[in-house]
Ligand binder design. Structure first.
Ligand code: IMP
Length: 434
């Protein structure tokens, strides 16, 4: 039995959904442990495209159990919409296949409104560029100990009381921001409908995970966003409001650190970022446009154009340490085909000084110069290649460079969105330490 954690090593959108989908074949259980419907996982299976924001991507396998952990913030309307959409495509999602932790915090309409109002009140470069889904305000309430949890869906009078209490404070804030206040009764009625439908899914998922580990089952922990968006370790304040690093699998699902066997870091062959904040290797030239176009780099949640740049190995190495990455999955390698030169940033320079780790001051991070290692590009189409040995020598050189700079072995290489467009060099479930 093994427990494998999959996390993003950059600013999210590394292609975790596809890799999780692939590894689900070897798992009994897939659990999401942080984030909410700010994430968007795009999967292409037998030519059909699916975008999930909340449901673990493992749901496409009928014999797998999918869990939503306590570290997630859950918008019930979005979850129900995903359940309904899957039903329309002939996939019935029942409570024996999908379970929600009683401790998962619920995104309320006042969280979304506050997210928008706060962002609208910020100007220019101060804007975080949030997805506007209410993620930050929901985590704020969790920390303030005023949040509404899934378990509260099972107690109507408590739910009503909590909504009334929350709105006393939130409505004062809405007046401050000059937006319409909310009516507790309306919110309660809407949420009781969700509560009725979701109640059968709500249970103690930590107990299920502990039992599964005792039974020797394989567990896959599915992260959302990426390390550089982590509330502690990311490019604060241009981050999301949860811990996105591998350690969050422990707190966000209730698994002890000694029970994690392998951490797989997902790394796109280049870098992208949506929203505001520093991005040292960002490209503003034609090459950036080519990568954006060939990589179809638009956000799965908001449809925003993703900012594109070269692979940043300084940031990647930082991710390797922070997450304890055991192996890397390099995704979207095919997108770089046709570029004369490919570059990897291996150092930063600021005021004549060299840096090998990410400066924590945002002023410095915005001002640093990335220094690059230039490598020869390749022209071959990679999308039909199915083995490492068949990759062009220059592509292998690029991969070797990443492996050396990150000091981490490659486990998986992805050369297209389909399940079959994957080179599995090491199976994380089989390479697990124990
Ligand atoms: P929030 O998580 O909606 O509060 O947004 C905070 C920042 O994280 C913004 O820059 C978003 O664009 C970014 N972000 C949140 N979720 C994702 C994701 O799944 N992929 C990439 N960026 C994300």
């Amino acid at each position: 039995m093994s427990t494998v954690v999959v996390i993003g090593s950059q600013w999210g959108d590394e292609g975790k959904g596809k890799i999780v989908d692939l590894l689900t074949e070897y798992a009994h259980i897939v659990v999401r442990f942080q984030g909410g419907n700010n994430a968007g996982h795009t999967l292409v299976v037998n030519g059909d495209k699916f975008i999930f924001h909340l449901i673990p991507s493992g749901i496409l396998y009928e014999d797998k159990l999918c869990l939503i952990g306590n570290g997630v913030v859950l918008d019930p309307a979005v979850l129900l919409e995903e359940i309904d959409k899957l039903a329309q495509s002939g996939r019935q999602i029942t409570p024996d296949r999908l379970k929600i932790s009683e401790m998962t915090h619920i995104i309320m309409p006042y969280h979304r409104l506050l997210d928008h109002a706060r962002e609208a009140a910020k100007s220019g470069t101060k804007k975080i560029g949030t997805t506007g889904r209410g993620i930050g305000p929901c985590y704020e309430d969790k920390m303030a100990r005023t949040g509404i949890r899934a378990v509260d869906f099972l107690n109507a009078s408590l739910l009503k009381e909590k909504i009334q209490e929350a709105l006393k404070e939130k409505n004062a804030l809405f007046k401050h921001f000059g937006v319409d206040i909310m009516n507790a009764g309306d919110v309660y009625s809407e949420y009781m409908n969700y509560a009725d439908r979701l109640a059968p899914y709500i249970t103690d998922i930590t107990a299920i995970l502990h039992q599964a580990q005792r039974n020797g089952e394989n567990i896959l922990c599915e992260g959302a966003q990426g390390t550089l968006l982590d509330i502690d370790h990311g490019t604060y304040p241009y981050v999301t409001s949860s811990n996105t690093v591998a350690g969050a699998a422990c707190t966000g699902a209730g698994i002890g650190p000694t029970r994690i066997d392998y951490v797989l870091g997902i790394c796109k062959a280049y870098t992208t970022r949506v929203g505001g904040g520093p991005f040292p290797t960002e490209l503003f030239d034609e090459v950036g446009d080519i990568i954006q176009k060939n990589g179809h780099e638009f956000g799965a949640t908001t449809g925003r154009r993703r900012r594109c740049g070269w692979l940043d190995a300084v940031a990647l190495k930082n991710s390797v340490y922070t997450n304890g990455i055991d192996g890397l999955a390099i995704t979207k390698l095919d997108v770089l085909s046709g570029l004369e030169t490919v570059k990897i940033c291996n150092e930063y320079q600021y005021n004549g000084q060299r840096y090998h780790s990410i400066p924590k001051s945002m002023e410095k991070l915005t001002a640093i110069q990335p220094l690059y290692k230039n490598l020869a590009g390749w022209t071959e189409d990679l999308t039909t290649i199915r083995s490492y040995e068949d990759l062009p020598p220059k592509t292998r050189q690029y991969l070797k460079e990443i492996e050396d700079l990150a000091e981490t072995p490659l486990a998986i290489i992805s050369v297209g969105p389909g399940r079959e467009q994957t080179l599995l060099l090491r199976n994380p479930f089989e390479s697990a330490k124990k």
